[in-house]
Design a protein around this ligand. Structure first.
Ligand code: ADP
Length: 591
């Protein structure tokens, strides 16, 4: 299918922009995404490390005070202030293999759960001695509690209960991040989700926690997928008590800005594509419309409207193209007019040369009645009665009419070409040509055999020109048979679906195949200089083609030649070609 240049341009622009946008988004997403991921990992890890540092600082301060308390045993309120947040204290002393609780203190205003509820987590004091410090989740009922146990001396262990958020404030970081504290076994110590603290949730199964518990190093980052979604997570271990701080951010949220960037880029890109396609349509229309106008004008010229000009609105290249085109069209019209004039001259001169050839026969034709007129005039002068004289006058009149008819016929034929078309009886046209040449052919010793078919369709054309064509065929045939013993010329008309047809057959030498291909060319002649112009058949073909007919030859060397002319019926012409081509359209020398 042929697509218009406009659609091609718009399609190309659209395709290029969509391609550019897709490549841009792909690259930008890749680069921004991977960049963002690595920076998120870094930030999360820094967050986890910082939080672990804070926990260490808190534990350091509190641990120091607890150890001092274990050794010096001052009044608790003089040692622990509000910032320490100590809710209760217990002091154990080793006695042989046993540990004995020497002291228990509960701060004023501490939740009842601190003192009342039994200790759910067994405290392995020997373990504390080895580890130096143990931190555990000892939440009870609805109260979140963390217990810090330190070995003050080899014999003394002190434990204190504090609110877990004293160690780590889970909501301290950016709301996108979730920071929580786990003990050395993966149990939650401090978490934004209080339920997890109260239930002492075990998060060891979470990939990031699992990594943290198994890894050797102080910190690490990992991404994981859980029922809650995808997370970018990092962990850091505290120097004291082997606690683990996890910082994590939902991937979805972390990449929200990137997604927004993509969405905005898409919207912006779509808007730009729309704009570009709109502009492409606008500009391509500016280019294609003058081209369309040019095409229309070319079609008009092709239909014969030479000189048709394209309207010029645009400037620059298209404008100058249109200007050149208009110049060409004007030039074409001028040359065509010149050519038509030359053609007409050619047709006319060919006609005159035919008349020249006919002159001997015509002179004879006119001479006979003249001789009659002179004879009857003399006899009339000698006549004795008016009746006798009247008879001679009648004979003189008849001969004069005959001579006049012949001259009239000749004048008719010789007059300058007219362009009038009329509906004609084909047989009459043929008969006209036969009559004009009859005498000449008779003088040349040619025997004519003419056969007119009945019921031929009427044709439409210029009788004078058609007679000229037939006359040319008849004279050519007669000349071809010059010197032959038997000179027969057969003229036959025929009708049918294909319009009207006439054949002119002679028994001359025929035409060689290579000459057959050239006889319709202008100036092709085999006759001696001064005898033939080589224009007869070329002009004949122009005339027949201008009548939408065809002329062709069939010949075999030594067996004569037959020329066929076919012309469409007047009815057929009316249906197929509304405007009958003017004789001006003759293009004799253009083949
Ligand atoms: P011209 O008669 O001036 O030569 P035409 O165009 O009428 O020009 O004819 C071209 C040539 O075609 C002639 O020179 C002749 O060779 C050949 N020709 C035309 N009619 C016949 C014919 N009936 N038989 C043989 N040759 C022919």
């Amino acid at each position: 299918m042929r697509r218009s240049i406009r659609y091609q341009m718009v399609g190309l622009v659209g395709l290029m922009l969509v391609g550019a946008l897709a490549v841009y988004l792909f690259l930008a997403n890749g680069i921004v995404g991977s960049d963002k991921l690595s920076s998120l990992r870094d930030v999360t890890e820094v967050l986890a490390r910082t939080a672990a540092g804070q926990v260490d600082a808190s534990l350091d301060a509190l641990g120091g005070k607890l150890r001092y308390f274990g050794r010096a045993r001052p009044e608790p309120l003089t040692l622990f202030d509000e910032a320490d947040g100590v809710l209760s204290l217990k002091l154990y002393q080793r006695s042989g293999t046993e540990w004995v609780e020497l002291m228990s203190w509960v701060a004023d205003g501490a939740p009842t759960a601190v003192g009342d509820s039994p200790d759910l987590t067994p405290l392995q004091l020997d373990l504390v001695k080895v580890a130096g410090m143990v931190v555990q989740n000892v939440s009870v009922g609805g109260t979140a509690l963390a217990r810090i146990t330190v070995a003050a001396t080899d014999e003394v262990v002190v434990s204190a209960k504090v609110r877990p958020d004293r160690l780590l404030r889970p909501g301290g970081a950016h709301p996108m991040y979730r920071v929580y504290l786990l003990d050395a076994g993966g149990q939650v110590l401090a978490h934004l989700d209080a339920a997890k603290v109260l239930s002492r949730a075990d998060l060891a199964a979470l990939p990031v926690v699992n990594d943290a518990l198994r890894a050797e190093g102080p910190a690490g980052a990992s991404e994981y997928r859980s029922a809650e979604g995808d997370f970018i997570a990092a962990w850091a271990r505290t120097a004291k008590a082997q606690l683990v701080v996890v910082a994590e951010a939902p991937r979805e949220e972390a990449f929200r800005a990137t997604r927004q960037l993509t969405t905005r880029a898409l919207v912006f890109g779509a808007a730009m594509i729309g704009l570009a396609v709109g502009l492409a349509i606008y500009f391509s229309r500016r280019v294609s419309q003058p081209l369309l106008a040019l095409e229309q004008t070319i079609k008009r010229i092709a239909h014969g409207e030479l000189g048709a000009e394209v309207e010029m609105k645009s400037t620059a290249e298209i404008g100058s193209l249109a200007e050149s085109f208009n110049q060409m069209s004007r030039e074409l019209a001028r040359r065509s007019e010149e050519l038509d004039q030359k053609n007409q001259q050619l047709v006319q001169s060919e006609k005159m040369s035919a008349i020249g050839e006919l002159s001997a026969g015509l002179a004879h034709e006119v001479k006979n009645p003249m001789v009659g007129i002179v004879g009857f005039a003399q006899l009339g002068q000698e006549s004795t009665s008016l009746d006798e004289a009247r008879e001679y006058f009648a004979l003189i009149d008849s001969d004069a009419q005959r001579a006049n008819g012949i001259l009239q016929n000749l004048l008719e034929f010789a007059r300058p070409p007219d362009v009038e078309q009329e509906v004609l009886e084909f047989n009459q046209v043929v008969q006209g040509a036969v009559r004009l040449t009859a005498h000449q052919l008779q003088l040349n010793g040619v025997r004519m055999h003419v056969e007119y078919a009945d019921g031929l369709p009427k044709i439409r054309g210029n009788g004078n020109q058609l007679r000229q064509v037939l006359l040319n065929l008849l004279m050519n045939a007669s000349q071809a048979m010059e010197g032959a013993l038997e000179k027969h010329l057969y003229v036959q008309t025929k009708g049918g679906d294909a319009g009207a047809q006439v054949s002119v057959r002679d028994v001359g030498p025929g035409i060689a195949p290579e000459a057959q291909a050239r006889i319709f060319e202008p100036f092709f002649t085999t006759k001696p200089r001064g005898k033939g112009t080589g224009l007869g058949l070329s002009v004949s073909r122009s005339i027949i083609e201008a009548h939408r007919g065809e002329i062709r030859v069939e010949s075999e060397l030594g067996k004569g030649a037959t020329f066929f002319i076919r012309l469409p019926s007047a009815d057929e012409l009316r249906e197929s070609a509304p405007a009958f081509p003017e004789v001006d359209d003759l293009k004799a020398t253009r083949h």
